[in-house]
Design a protein around this ligand. Sequence first.
Ligand code: F6R
Length: 369
Amino acid sequence: EKGGFPSFMEKEIFDQPAAVADTLLGRSDAEGRLTLDELRIDAEDLTKINKIVVLACGTSAYAGQVAKYAIESWCRIPVEVELSHEFRYREPIVDKKTLIVSISQSGETMDTLMAVRYAKEQGAKTMSICNTNGSTIPRESDAVLYTHAGPEIAVASTKAFLAQITATYLLGLYLAQLRGNLFSGQIKDILADLGKIPAKIQDILDRSGEIKELARSMADASSVLFLGRHVGYPVAMEGALKLKEIAYIHAEGFAAGELKHGPIALIDDGQPVFVVVPSPRGRDSLHSKVVSNIQEVRARGAKTLVIAEDGDNAVKDFSEFVFYVPETPTLLMPLLATVPLQIFACELATAKGFDVDQPRNLAKSVTVE
Ligand code: F6R
């Protein structure tokens, strides 16, 4: 059932081209129009919302953070992302013009379920992005957009994460279409870029040997830092979470811009630092700022491990190791840049002899608060 892979986690990492392709399947027509009729929320109501609040935990919350960049850029609707368990304990401002988007692989996470119930009581519209058919959160929500990653067995989430990000892009494009924020040609172009993602993930998987070799050489690391900016920030946090969960290594993800506000004090000789570099073809200042961050940590002795886009020659001179991912628009980059970090964690944990599918102290679905 592991399809020849040593673990479910590795199998699920390699399932990701299909997870993304299947989540896209059947959700737009040949003209490049989104067809999310399955949503069951009145299009009229969706055009009236003035705020989106994404509620989720763990990896699913990082998918929400990626969604914030895309939805705000495409739809010009403010998007807040909040951990479900924090949301309920403040006095959040939600009303019938608020769209709650919960994201949950299992659909059973108690913290998220309780947050959705709370928001519903306040009159908000609730939509669930979920990977598990008929589970509790989608059943209790006004609408559901299923991710089609297939069952995820390994405790650490991988393919569900990419499918969640994909689903939030579909939602963002659908809202932009309904509300007229993007021209139909723009939506069609973005859908075409999304359609090319599965083959690009496959290209990364075909070169997984490069990252596995790095991981095996770092089995003794006691701490690994991850830096990213813009959509690379949630990618960095996801890379760190994977390493904590299955390799039991201290790892932290930072917004690269925060470095000088504290975290740079952590850097000393040999400290491994992954840096997620945005496309050099995107917003110029974004790329050059991150390249400067690489130089800053390198100057203080860091071992710089870089995820960059094909053809980015600016990073080479400052990096111990570079893994290149195929070109894609910046907003879609998390679907590619996350993959080498998943492979890294999986291989490193395996090299340490750990059971990557069943990490200590963790359960696949957290049904208690
Ligand atoms: C990370 C992981 C957890 C889950 C979190 C939410 O690898 O598995 O952080 O992402 O517990 O779970 P769901 O998405 O089922 O609500």
